[in-house]
Ligand binder design. Sequence first.
Ligand SMILES: C[S@@+](CC[C@H](N)C(=O)[O-])C[C@H]1O[C@@H](n2cnc3c(N)ncnc32)[C@H](O)[C@@H]1O
Ligand code: SF4
Length: 384
Amino acid sequence: MIEDWQNGGFGVYVHWPFCQAKCPYCDFNSHVVAKIDHESYKSAYLFEINKKSAAISGRSVTSVFFGGGTPSLMEPDTVRAILTALKERFSFSNKAEITLEANPTSVDYTRFQEFRDAGINRLSLGVQALNDNDLRALGRLHSVEEARKAWEIAQSCFDRVSIDLIYARQNQTLRDWEEELKQALNRGFSHLSLYQLTIEDGTAFGDRHRRGRLPGLPDEGLAADMYELTQSLTSSAGLLGYEISNHAKADEASRHNLIYWKSGDFLGIGPGAHGRITLNGQRMATENQRAPTVWLNEALNSGTVGTMAPVSARDHATEVLMMGLRLAEGVDLGRISLICPDLIDPQGMSDLRDQGLIEIVGDRLIATPRGRALLNSVLVALID
Ligand SMILES: C[S@@+](CC[C@H](N)C(=O)[O-])C[C@H]1O[C@@H](n2cnc3c(N)ncnc32)[C@H](O)[C@@H]1O
Ligand code: SF4
């Protein structure tokens, strides 16, 4: 019998925690520092890979994802050393996807070729807006022109290029977003990540919002219209909305994110990285120190990195359900009941079906487009 994680496969996430500037909306584990000791960071990543791969070496890697922060500020040599270390410990599947997140500033895009030579074959570029005023309001250091240059260089260097855009921005109308999204669709990207702006506590936008100083955000109705418009324009352009915020041509979905959404196993390397690894049939959650220097000192001086704790069957099944319902293909009910037979409330499921928020197709539970937009309440009603 296969182990549960094999339904989602196995990948590696590597977190690079530094950026040139902190964007006011961002609550990722990202920091701005005057100087980075690249050699020490490289040694710490290699130590962590060595330490964490021992119990699971020999598995086949389908994806490696360098995320951040801004990993396009890494030394290409560090990226190469990490990939070499991973290849020594794991086999890589034929079409392994190796992604790096990049910012479209010149500091980043002058290195694209070196990243390709180091083994990167997919680039995810944080463009965010196609309008210079809005880029400034989002605290971005690049213009639309620089973003265009970055994606053109990226398209000449990498097999696969995706861009991120943020919508539901201050003072953005439905018409503005329609124009902007059409421009992006006309560029022929095979993958787009389109995120609705969320105002996170603890960010500069969160503070301004609390003080009433972030005017012009869309109300719920306009945000919902923008979401719907996003789904219809992308699907007319042949990009399937395979997940709430992600759209791709056939076979171009991000294999890495599919590992998360299908609850596979993933090794989480670097400051603040989380992981899920099945050891002797037990799913384990790993978590690293968030502060870069604390993680670095731990890796270089204490002989261990982060914490590891078992995930209960109920929490595991909840994760499989929560992540799987984000996908257009939904989630296998048989898989969930194998992990935790009494997780789902049959009455809740029947009510949600009557309300048109979910459907059952064969053994799959699928959130309808409206259900996916209301996923949190769907989950509350489903879980017993
Ligand atoms: C780790 S960041 C991307 C990498 C790179 N540092 C950049 O900014 O271009 C991942 C993506 O999450 C999205 N994002 C971050 N914070 C967000 C927020 N508060 N609301 C919506 N999208 C957000 C952005 O589109 C961003 O590109
Ligand atoms: S959005 Fe990207 S560049 Fe901006 S702070 Fe977050 S991780 Fe850094």
